[in-house]
Design a protein around this ligand. Structure first.
Ligand SMILES: *Cc1c(COP(=O)(O)O)cnc(C)c1O
Ligand code: SF4
Length: 351
């Protein structure tokens, strides 16, 4: 007897092994063994949503470049650092990084929907060892509860929206119950990489009764914000969640003022306020991603005046060694000379 109803297509799986990448046309067959050597060192995953956005015929495809492993990742550069922004120097208990007085990072797990090849935590993401068990999570929450100077908790990882909704709900509820916390911020790649996960169960898990919950969406190229990702962002903003965008400046992906301008405009048109443009960190095997600070300053100079003020992120460097993030220009004021967006100098105060 034949089944009268067509069965639903199975949910497609993420690509993780070199042979799967080769079958999808993303790496040449003769490079499978070499790519597996990279994958043995650094986690690999590309979701079906992102696979669909890749043009395999384009060797410089900006989506493929961000997620398909590259043999250069095994090259060491002199300035690489295993802990590029000094997280470990400020980790009082497992899963907490406390660098600034008013806010902490909480990393409930180190899994991500995709693994960005330039990740600043690439030495640690991907493994189950990074997932806090119930006891470790209780210790981290006790640390936050005991530090009454904390105003904000930043959930990051890994990707906190990878937690099963019931677990996420319990975590958000526990944070919402800590009276001195006013803000819960979640840094995530899920709206871009796996937008179908932004479903009613996830939205319900993000409801708070007291504190404000913000989501920072990591997005590096205008093509990442396709129809499905835009719809996921809309569901989040309809739920009353303000969205901010963070972007990493990447050689060969977005180190071009026109690309960043298009991305910033697309973010704002999707109710995402550009927050940070990050200068790339000194993570191991990522020297081929780095630009000079001058490239980022040129991007920022291009944006100023040509694009709406809403489209202006802050260009920041996370100072190696754990010294925090600072804006790195460009600078418009020098003594009594101020430069306008077209490069003309003016005296201020005027004579
Ligand atoms: C990036 C970061 C933050 C958040 O910094 P904001 O400037 O508030 O976005 C907080 N703590 C640590 C350790 C960080 O690395
Ligand atoms: S989503 Fe974030 S934490 Fe995960 S691999 Fe990408 S940059 Fe790293």
């Amino acid at each position: 007897m034949s089944d009268p109803l067509p069965s639903l297509p199975p949910r497609r799986r993420s690509l993780r092994r070199a042979a799967e990448l080769a079958a999808a046309g993303l790496v040449p067959a003769e490079r499978i063994a070499a790519i597996d050597a990279v994958a043995a060192r650094y986690a690999v995953a590309i979701t079906p949503t992102l696979v669909d956005l890749i043009d395999p015929a384009d060797p410089a495809d900006p989506i493929a470049r961000q997620f398909v492993p590259d043999l250069r990742e095994l090259d060491a550069a002199a300035d690489d650092r295993a802990d590029p922004i000094g997280d470990l120097a400020h980790a009082p208990v497992k899963g907490i990084v406390h660098r600034y007085p008013d806010r902490v990072l909480l990393t409930p797990l180190l899994h991500c929907p995709v693994y960005c090849r330039f990740c600043f935590r690439r030495e640690r993401v991907g493994g189950a060892a990074g997932t806090l068990d119930d006891g470790e999570l209780a210790t981290a929450l006790a640390y936050i509860a005991a530090h009454t100077e904390l105003w904000e908790v930043v959930l990051t990882g890994g990707d906190p929206l990878m937690l099963p909704p019931a677990r996420l709900k319990a975590l958000i509820g526990a944070l919402d119950a800590i009276p001195h916390l006013q803000v819960i911020r979640i840094h995530s790649r899920i709206p871009i990489a796996d937008p179908d996960r932004v479903d009613p169960a996830l939205l319900a898990a993000l409801e708070t009764t007291r504190s404000a919950l913000w989501v920072a969406v990591h997005c590096n190229h205008p093509r990442e914000l396709g129809t499905a990702a835009a719809a996921a962002c809309r569901r989040l903003s309809r739920a009353g969640i303000p969205l901010v965008g963070q972007t990493v400046l990447l050689q060969g992906v977005n180190d071009d003022p026109a690309v960043i301008e298009a991305l910033m405009r697309q973010m704002v048109a999707n109710r995402i306020k550009p927050y940070y443009l990050h200068h790339s960190d000194l993570a191991p095997g990522t020297s081929h991603w780095r630009t000079g600070l001058a490239a980022g300053q040129a991007v920022m100079r291009h944006l100023r005046g040509r694009a709406s003020g809403l489209c202006q992120p802050t260009y920041v460097l996370d100072i190696p060694g754990g010294h925090g993030k600072v804006p790195v220009g460009p600078v418009y004021l020098d003594g009594d000379q101020v430069t306008d967006w077209q490069g003309q100098m003016h005296r201020y105060p005027p004579v």
